[in-house]
Design a protein around this ligand. Structure first.
Ligand SMILES: NC(=O)c1ccc[n+]([C@@H]2O[C@H](COP(=O)([O-])OP(=O)(O)OC[C@H]3O[C@@H](n4cnc5c(N)ncnc54)[C@H](OP(=O)(O)O)[C@@H]3O)[C@@H](O)[C@H]2O)c1
Length: 278
């Protein structure tokens, strides 16, 4: 169990990464720069971006201005499937925009619909990992069959699978599969993009425990061994989201949140990896 915002978890490749992160999707410019600076000031050490977010330059600049030593940060970016034919070029572009000479984490952002291209990209990136340009190579939005294919071809499980997880769409079976294989699940949209905070069960627990709905949701991820990466561009929310290490949810309270899941994947907020991106 992660006990502070900068505490680390050990991955299956032997690397350590912070057990809590800061999301940067749909944020840009001075607003994002301020939010990243606030995040590192209050203890976030894992910053999550992607080429697709078009904000790596702003993230890199904000991190440089934070004054924190490079090795204390865990900077993660992602490659979009349209770049799978030239993954080294995509990685170098991200490094240049971020102003870094290595990435702590680099993920295939989506499996894409072409398995051969995905496997070739992963293989080329493995070589960049061996050269020290990537510390942890992982994936995002991979289903069981795509994880198993990587295992069959390369002989090991990826270290990370970043997937959509929140109580309305818990992906419990996929999370269990990842846990069995030693793959760390990183929960994207851990707050259900804000929508989940209106849920009466979430609000009820928040009132009972004297916490905010966002804090209740983030604690649910931590109780399950998931690694949440909430995003906010508001300083007070960045701090609020970080303040989740002074209380716990009981198994019964976790079960209450488990109970709000919508059937038939109706709680899903992002796309389905089986058909996206085309
Ligand atoms: N791998 C992937 O395919 C993938 C896909 C989506 C996202 N991600 C990653 O996951 C991160 C998080 O996901 P997300 O940004 O989609 O959604 P999220 O973190 O679940 O929710 C963000 C939304 O909630 C609001 N919010 C945040 N904290 C709040 C609080 N304490 N009280 C009230 N509202 C609050 C934010 O508004 P304000 O900003 O206005 O405060 C924003 O509208 C992303 O930023 C990105 O890094 C990855």
């Amino acid at each position: 169990m992660v006990e502070s915002i900068s505490a680390t978890v050990r991955l299956n490749d032997g690397a350590d990464m912070p057990g809590f992160g800061f999301g940067c999707y749909k944020a840009s410019g001075p607003e994002l720069a301020l939010a990243v600076r606030e995040a590192v000031a209050c203890g976030y050490r894992y910053i999550d971006t992607a080429a697709y977010y078009h904000n790596e330059d702003t993230v890199g600049e904000a991190l440089r201005h934070s004054g924190l030593a490079r090795e204390t940060l865990f900077v993660l970016s992602k490659i979009w499937p349209t770049d799978f034919d030239e993954p080294v070029r995509a990685l170098d572009r991200s490094l240049k925009l971020l102003g870094l000479d290595y990435l702590d984490g680099y993920l295939l952002h989506w499996p894409g619909l072409d398995s051969a291209r995905r496997l070739r990209a992963f293989e080329q990136l493995l070589r960049r990992k061996e050269e020290g340009k990537i510390r942890v190579l992982g994936v995002s939005n991979f289903l069981e069959e795509q994880l198993s294919e990587l295992r069959d071809v390369f002989g090991f499980w990826p270290a990370i699978n970043q997937i959509e997880v929140h109580p309305l769409f818990s992906q419990a079976a996929l999370c269990r599969f990842c846990a069995r294989c030693g793959i760390q699940v990183v929960s994207w949209s851990p707050l259900g993009r804000g929508r989940e905070m209106e849920n009466p069960a979430v609000r009820g627990l928040a009132a009972d425990l004297g916490k905010t709905p966002a804090q209740i949701l983030l604690r649910w991820h931590l109780e399950k061994g998931l690694l949440p990466i909430p995003k906010s561009v508001h300083a007070e929310r960045v701090r609020e989201n970080a303040a989740v290490f002074d209380f716990r949810l009981t198994p019964e309270q976790v079960a209450v949140l488990d109970g709000i899941e919508l059937p038939d994947c109706r709680g899903r907020m992002g796309p389905d990896p089986l058909s996206y991106p085309r």
